[in-house]
Ligand binder design. Structure first.
Ligand code: HPA
Ligand SMILES: [Zn+2]
Length: 339
């Protein structure tokens, strides 16, 4: 095997974590049409192919417009279960051993779907995957940043009966024009409740937004973080705090955050001492799950075996799994890379 093929094989075999995944972004067109039909709701596209053809984005907002349309066919607990289980089956087949998934409660409550319906279906699938395969998980609810902080507070109220099912809180949707400072108070309330904190920052937004995520939201992780590289002091601070970046290569390509995969900054991040990880973001929309993301990096950025090892370990270390599980998976990675 040549080096590229052997690294791809290694990336497929190694135990992986997914730390940046929107469950609504795993909605494959075929499943979307099936659930739409089951629920007797109309989609804007006549066929699966017509929908797939629309997946050509020039920026984040282009994608979000379709993403919110797609999720609007989810009505019942079973819909959320089926969506989540299809994703978990897929990544289980790719040796993903631990998932930390976002859901967007406001994307559903705004349409009249109660918080309880959403979280019950998602959690039931996560629990089934745990029973079946020993897959561990964390569940993260995300606030939609294009909505108000009041709406985020309202969502936090709705979440309160389910807090023992919720591990963390995130911030997603349209970044530019909606800086983290807009949500400083609601994240303070979340921290007081003992929730872990992460936020999308520096995907399209400037380094200033990443500073705000650190200083005002007090994130324990940064989702994306690409534009942090424009500010040396910020890079130094992220390295000092040992914050994990949940980087999403195929997402970055599809949303034109990078022009070409050969220009992806993940190796630069590693060289700068940043704890970059590989994740799939919205795999049904961006053309690939975990293994595809690794394969694209290996084939297009000349990643070394040492860098692949670092990415794998960063994924375990930057996750919110138990210390015992971390040790177990780090040992498995060591064994695999030393064969
Ligand atoms: O990549 C993303 N960025 C911001 N919001 C999102 N919501 C789903 N995916 C994304
Ligand atoms: Zn995301």
């Amino acid at each position: 095997m040549d080096n590229t093929a052997s690294l791809v094989a290694l990336s497929q075999a190694m135990p992986k974590t997914e730390l940046h995944l929107h469950i609504e972004g795993t909605f494959e067109p075929e499943q979307m049409f099936a659930i739409a039909q089951r629920n007797q709701v109309a989609l804007k596209y006549d066929t699966v192919d017509a929908l797939k053809e629309a997946y050509q984005f020039t920026n984040l907002q282009d994608f979000l417009d379709l993403y919110y349309q797609g999720m609007s066919v989810l009505l019942h607990e079973a819909d959320f279960y089926d969506l989540t289980m299809a994703y978990l089956e897929k990544v289980h087949s790719e040796n993903v051993v631990h998932v930390e998934i976002f859901f967007d409660p406001q994307g559903h409550t705004e349409r009249g779907i109660p918080f309880e319906v959403q979280i019950t279906g998602i959690r039931r699938a996560l629990e089934d995957a745990k029973q079946r395969w020993g897959m561990t998980y964390q569940l993260i609810m995300s606030f939609l940043r294009h909505l108000s902080e009041d709406s985020a507070f309202q969502t936090l109220e709705e979440a309160k009966p389910f807090l023992n099912w919720i591990d963390g809180v995130g911030l997603d949707s349209s970044e530019v024009g909606h800086p983290p400072e807009k949500f400083a108070n609601v994240f303070a309330a979340c921290r007081d409740l003992g929730l872990k904190i992460t936020a999308h920052a520096g995907e399209e937004g400037p380094p200033e937004y990443v500073w705000q995520a650190l200083d005002l939201i007090k994130v324990q992780r940064i989702d994306h973080g690409n534009r942090a590289l424009e500010d040396d002091d910020l890079v130094a601070e992220i390295a000092k705090q040992q914050l994990t970046l949940t980087v999403c290569p195929l997402s970055n390509l599809k949303l034109c955050v990078v022009n070409d995969m050969t220009e992806h900054p993940i190796r630069t991040m590693l060289k700068l001492g940043l704890k970059a990880t590989v994740n799939s973001d919205d795999p049904a929309y961006f053309g690939g799950y975990m293994n595809d993301n690794y394969q694209a990096l290996i084939e297009r950025t000349q990643i070394s075996k040492q860098e692949l090892y670092q990415l794998a370990c960063n994924g375990i270390e930057g996750s919110w799994m138990s210390p015992t599980d971390k040790q177990k998976h780090l040992q498995q990675i060591d064994t695999l890379f030393n064969q």
